[in-house]
Design a binder for this molecule. Structure first.
Ligand code: ADP
Ligand code: MG
Length: 609
């Protein structure tokens, strides 16, 4: 890893928080944490630049918590996040860090949640508010949120807030916070407007940037699997089972707790696995490594620190079960395989929100990392059958089968069946304990994103300024009359099922974003659901092509939704939506101009309420 700080204890945190970190299994600070925590504890303003998954939450949350006076039940810290998912996630993280702070209270507030509940919660007094800009504005305007006691303000994922159009809201809030407070701004990138906000509202900020050093890696086959549709553990066992030349593996996870949990689960599935983490003393660690060398263990699940310097030539695979914090950690991890002139394999699990880190790693190592197709059930079965046949062949080659051949003949004769059937019965008996056919489902190709799949921003909830807030403004249709398409004022992310083909009239549109923009189906669904206020289950088939895509939407889109879509960008690219009359993937001559009023929408169909 890149920093010289090895321990949270060196950063100036209180014993209480240090104890909590031990309890939740954080072993060492991530680079952004190591650099930000001391600066924030000293009271400086800060600009932190680091990608998703680098541990920014703890980087600002831990110092902020040191400042909270639990006896004062007033908001002392405000964290702004672009989406409600992030607000909830950050609030949960703070709650977990507050394990040993009795009476500590963090409150997430976001659009779409009932005001009555929020008001009740606010009046009960929270020490930290985590909110989306729109809703925080609402409460400031209504004077239901008072920031007089504010000590710390955090802008989390500032570039995302900019991208989602919240920057004016953020400034509005910044204008209304008391003079004396610490401000920390975190962003993966630093667009001009964010820089301008930082210059205007931060006081002599320290700037911390997690750079990614380039490094060359040895001849290691590198692949990644994008986590979707299946639990990481199931994917892991499938992959390991069909990998050629599998001998031994080191699997990297983030926490000590996770090393133990994963080791237990793999043991339960018949692997010889053990955890290797900082809680083991030197002697115990050496024992684990000895066992890996000798073949008593095949899999070791380790944290970065504990695996440092391991040199076991038979390690054929390194699995990054949790993505590393930076490229240096990645290079270090995969360096545990491909030793002593052997070929190594590195497998990386990447959640959709971590894709950026994947690209950074590719750039830093100057090597492409190829996507890995998850082995299907049939692949696993075939591999097991092939292994089984191989074993039978080996036994056939051995001598001394006469005794057994005689038994087979006897059974065949007594039961009046062929030797083949007897062999089948024996094969079935032989696979007991490890069936040749695996159970379970193959993941469906397009499943709804799971909670940690969600990329903040894409599904984030679009909020409007209180001034423009008239709930009924956007056409809203309820489905009292059954499954009628419904354009509603607030998308509901929770109830997005695996998308069945919607019924009713659908119109196909063409948009100018595709695979080459790094866009995925869920990006399109998310953006359209947010912008048009259409429930995602009413979004029809989506065709993803290289440069453009098609999407089917219910006929009769209200003008307002159409206008919103015309302005929509996905991954920063204007989508230029228009009706598509060409064949999917083909040319689409004869396209019509996109216009909510005229371009083919039967406005009446939905009626106005
Ligand atoms: P970011 O905000 O940069 O995207 P998060 O703060 O959400 O990253 O952290 C990503 C994950 O890493 C979380 O699951 C978090 O619990 C975990 N994590 C953060 N810091 C540490 C650490 N020092 N040790 C182990 N896990 C950590
Ligand atoms: Mg974050």
């Amino acid at each position: 890893m890149s920093t010289s700080v090895e321990s949270f204890a060196d950063l100036g945190l209180s014993d209480t928080l240090l104890q909590t970190l031990t309890q939740i299994g954080y072993e060492t600070p991530s680079p952004i944490q190591a650099q930000c925590i001391p600066v924030l504890l000293e009271g400086h303003d800060l600009i932190g630049m680091a990608q998703t998954g680098t541990g920014k939450t703890a980087a600002f949350a831990l110092p902020l918590m040191e400042q909270i006076d639990v006896k004062v039940s007033k908001p002392q810290a405000l964290i702004l996040t672009p989406t409600r998912e992030l607000a909830i996630q950050v609030a949960e993280a703070l709650q977990s860090y507050a394990k040993n702070l009795p009476g500590f209270h963090v409150l997430p507030i976001y659009g779409g949640q009932s005001y009555t509940i929020q008001l009740k919660q606010l009046s009960r007094g929270a020490h930290v508010i985590v909110g989306t800009p729109g809703r925080v504005m609402d409460h400031l305007e209504r004077k239901t949120l008072n920031l007089d006691n504010l000590k710390t303000l955090v802008l989390d994922e500032a570039d995302e807030m900019l991208r989602m159009g919240f920057i004016d809201d953020v400034e509005w809030i910044l204008e209304r916070t008391p003079e004396q407070h610490q401000t920390a701004l975190f962003s993966a990138t630093m667009p001009e407007q964010i820089r301008r906000v930082a210059q205007k509202y931060l006081v002599e900020p320290r700037e911390i940037k997690i750079k990614s050093a380039t490094a060359t890696v040895a001849a290691i086959r590198q692949v990644y699997w994008q986590v979707s549709g299946m639990h990481k553990l199931d994917a892991l066992t499938r992959i390991l089972e069909v990998e050629d030349n599998f001998d031994a593996a080191i699997i990297f996870v983030r926490t000590k707790t996770a090393t133990v949990e994963l080791a237990d689960k793999l043991n339960a599935r018949g692997y010889a696995a053990a955890a290797l983490n900082g809680d083991l003393n030197q002697q115990m660690r050496e024992r684990v490594i000895e066992q890996l060398k000798s073949g008593a263990l095949d899999i070791v699940i380790a944290t970065d620190v504990a695996a440092r310097g391991i040199d076991v030539p038979r390690v054929s695979h390194v699995v990054n079960y949790d993505i590393p914090y930076d490229t240096e950690a990645y290079v270090h991890r995969i360096g545990r395989t491909g030793r002593a002139g052997r070929t190594g394999n590195a497998i990386l699990f990447v959640a959709p929100r971590e894709i950026r880190m994947l690209r950074t790693i590719e750039r830093a190592t100057r090597q492409p990392i190829a996507p890995l197709t998850l082995p299907s059930r049939a692949d696993v079965t075939n591999k097991r059958v092939a292994d089984f046949k191989q074993k039978v062949v080996e036994v056939l080659a051995a001598e001394g089968l006469d005794f057994f051949a005689n038994i087979v003949s006897q059974i065949a004769e007594e039961q009046n069946v062929g030797a083949e059937e007897v062999a089948a019965a024996l094969a079935m008996m032989a696979q007991e304990g490890k069936p040749l056919q695996i159970a379970g489902e193959d993941p469906a190709p397009a499943r709804p994103a799971t909670r940690d799949d969600r990329r903040p921003g894409v599904f984030g909830e679009r909020e409007r300024k209180p001034g423009f807030e008239s709930r009924g403004e956007r056409p809203r249709f309820d489905d009292r009359n059954g499954d009628k398409p419904r354009y509603e004022d607030r998308p509901r992310r929770e109830d997005r099922p695996a998308r069945p083909a919607p019924s009713g009239d659908m119109v196909r549109y063409r948009i100018d974003v595709g695979r080459e923009h790094g866009v995925e189906v869920r990006d399109i669904v998310g953006a359209i659901a947010n912008e048009a206020g259409i429930e995602s289950r009413f979004i029809g088939r989506i065709g993803l092509y290289e440069e453009s895509s098609t999407v089917e939407l219910p006929a009769g889109m209200p003008a307002e939704a159409a206008n919103a879509l015309k302005r929509t960008r996905i991954r920063g690219v204007p989508i230029n939506i228009r009706q598509d009359e060409g064949r999917p993937g083909g040319s689409f001559g004869g396209e019509r101009k996109f216009d909510g009023e005229r371009g083919g929408f039967k406005k009446k169909k939905f009626g106005d309420r």
